[in-house]
Design a protein around this ligand. Structure first.
Ligand SMILES: [Zn+2]
Length: 278
């Protein structure tokens, strides 16, 4: 059978059927999941911008990898201090205007990031990209001691999470649910543009999150767009629904028995400074 190309109209129609007209959305996507799309990633971005009032996407950089001195190292912090850090000297400052997106961010995110109108929040690990009505306001405040602040703001404003051909393992809102369940974010370190090395809150491993699907399936609307299975849910309800599940069954999010980040997240994250390594 010849492959049918998905049009911008088909994507826009699908977004409307999901109830996203005029709504703010946080989008996680796989372009490949659609099959072929007329105009590629740009078409997906334009459809989102046409239908939704504000569009956010992760523009994660994962740049906070400066090795801290021994007397500042948290225990139970989802890392091995001998391995998981950049040993670049002197360390480079993080500048969100020039920092590239992490290569693992999909092509839709990379395309969105290149648009002139796209804004980006100043966070060396969990930066968010955005356009539309509320983007400037929501991306302005992204303190390094928080992980997903722009997403939490979108949640509080009644926004939706949209999964285009991806599952909960790509859904940042689950990390917010982890924090609500009592898990402390992991701490990493980055240098700001003033040359000061600061702590940065970061989220843990998401590889096991799809195991939460049975607990929140009822919150998702589902539509097929081309070959893509598109799922949309209200972010705030999703967080409210998953936090108690994670609290009562912490092992549910574990990806494997030997994952350092899952192990420490299940133990509720880094221990306080009086338990520092040195
Ligand atoms: Zn893991």
């Amino acid at each position: 059978m010849p492959e049918i190309s998905v049009s911008r109209q088909a994507i826009s129609d699908g977004l409307c059927r999901l109830g996203l007209t005029g709504k703010p959305v946080a989008v996680h996507s796989s372009l490949r999941s659609f099959g072929r799309v007329d105009g590629g990633a740009e078409t997906v971005v334009k459809s989102l911008q046409e239908i939704c009032s504000t569009v956010l996407m992760p523009g994660f950089q994962c740049a906070a990898k400066i090795l801290p001195p021994p007397e500042k190292r948290y225990r139970q912090n989802g890392c091995d201090y001998a391995v998981h850090f950049d040993f670049v000297n002197p360390p480079r400052p993080f500048d969100v205007r020039t920092a590239p997106l992490h290569p693992k961010m999909g092509i839709v995110c990379h395309t969105f990031a290149k648009q002139e109108s796209t804004l980006r929040s100043y966070h060396p690990w969990h930066s968010w990209l955005g356009t539309g009505e509320r983007a400037a306001e929501w991306l302005a405040g992204h303190p390094w001691e928080t992980t997903s602040r722009p997403l939490e703001t979108l949640a509080a404003a009644g926004g939706f999470v949209l999964l285009l051909g991806v599952n909960l393992a790509s859904c940042t809102a689950v990390h917010v649910a982890e924090e609500r369940a009592g898990r402390r974010p992991f701490i990493r370190w980055a240098m700001d543009t003033g040359g000061v090395i600061r702590e940065v809150a970061t989220s843990g491993c998401a590889k096991g999150f799809e195991a939460l699907a049975p607990y929140c399936r009822h919150l998702f609307r589902k539509e097929q767009i081309g070959e893509c299975v598109a799922l949309a849910a209200p972010v705030s309800e999703l967080i409210e629904c998953l936090a108690p599940v994670i609290r009562s069954q912490p092992e549910v999010t574990r990806c494997s028995l030997n994952c350092l980040r899952c192990n420490d997240a299940i133990l509720c994250g880094p221990l306080p400074p009086d338990r520092f390594c040195a």
